[in-house]
Design a protein around this ligand. Structure first.
Ligand code: PBG
Length: 333
């Protein structure tokens, strides 16, 4: 017999022993499910996001009851806005009878325990498909106005808070919006409404399927003057320290699996809970490869999400949330 007293494989010798050693776990309570809500009574499947739908207000509330039974405790709402309701200012974003405030009220009535998060940004609402207010110049150039956008975001957030939102999640990347949102919410007495900041949101090509789902792709240009350069890691920490100082309750890194280093660093250098957004393109890569028979969907999706947790994310926004909740429930049986 070889003399080898130290054998790491002993700690992997059976499923029970591996369970004892597991450093990271994934459960439904860590998941936030992004959902799309539209006008009308139809629930329409989304081609670019297999398994997801654009829900009616009634439909989303009923689906939330099912999700709640499977263990999903938080959803994030995005509006699908018909072209005729879009304008240059994005004013549908703070319409108290818009689909998002109506969906919040309906979900809260149907499933009071569900935590309702809402996305705050103007891209689904303005004719430009940009997250902020656009100023166009005669020479064809344009600018995304920061401070004017922040005012609009405050109107949108207040509209959601008045409808009963628990968490406001600004995805726009404007400067100073966390402080402004906190002040606007507190001034109306919404001191209990939380802010989950998209702290390090990168100008990623992996948002394509989401923009397809909402019809919100930029009509011209890109988002590089506000979303971060994928080349940068230290800049994420700079954004994090501002969000901490401005009063964010949670910080987010987005996308997730390609930015695990950023998640790990932000977890280490701050004391706030960290969220990661496993975005549409990351979800679709696994779905599409599984549909073609090349990858095992469940194993790959679970591995991707577990890796995001291992990197340090406390919570994960993912389109796979319902599947994962069902897989975990079936395994526990
Ligand atoms: C826009 C927004 C985007 C996503 C969430 N909020 C797209 C973008 O910035 O263009 C992407 C989500 C995904 O790809 O799953 N405010």
């Amino acid at each position: 017999m070889a003399k080898l007293p130290i054998r790491p494989r002993r700690n992997r010798k059976s499923s029970a022993v591996r369970g004892l050693m597991a450093e990271t776990s994934l459960s439904a309570e860590h998941l936030i499910y992004p959902m799309f809500v539209q006008e009308g009574t139809e629930n329409t499947p989304i081609d670019s996001l297999p398994g997801c739908k654009r829900w009616s207000v009634e439909g989303i509330a009923d689906e939330c009851s099912r999700l709640y039974d499977w263990g999903i405790r938080c959803v994030d709402l995005f509006a699908v806005v018909p072209e005729e309701k879009k304008d240059a200012a994005g004013s549908e974003a703070w319409n108290p009878d818009g689909v998002v405030p109506r969906a919040i009220r309906q979900i809260k009535k149907t499933v009071p325990g569900m935590c309702v998060m809402t996305d705050v940004a103007l891209d689904p609402f303005n004719t430009y498909g940009q997250d902020g207010i656009v100023r166009e110049y005669p020479d064809g150039s344009y600018e995304i106005l920061n401070d004017e956008t922040v005012e609009a975001l405050c109107r949108q957030a207040l509209c959601h808070a008045r409808a009963g939102a628990d968490i406001i999640s600004p995805s726009d990347m404007m400067d100073g919006r966390i402080a402004a949102l906190r002040e606007a919410l507190d001034a109306e007495g919404f001191t209990w409404v939380s802010l989950l900041s998209y702290t390090a949101k990168y100008a990623s090509a992996f948002y394509g399927p989401f923009r397809g789902a909402l019809g919100s792709a930029p009509k011209f240009g890109d988002k590089k003057t506000y979303q971060m350069d994928p080349a940068n890691r230290r800049e994420a920490l700079r954004e994090a320290s501002l969000d901490v100082a401005e009063g964010a309750d949670m910080l987010m890194v987005k996308p997730a699996t390609l930015y695990l280093d950023v998640i790990a660093e932000m977890k280490e250098k701050t004391t706030l809970p960290i969220a990661a957004y496993h975005v549409s393109g990351e979800y679709l890569m696994v779905k599409a490869a599984a549909a073609s028979g090349w990858l095992d969907e469940k194993a790959c999706m679970m591995e991707a999400l577990l890796s995001i947790r291992r990197a340090g994310a406390d919570m994960i926004l993912t389109y796979a949330a319902p599947d994962v909740a069902r897989w975990l429930r079936d395994e526990a049986r």
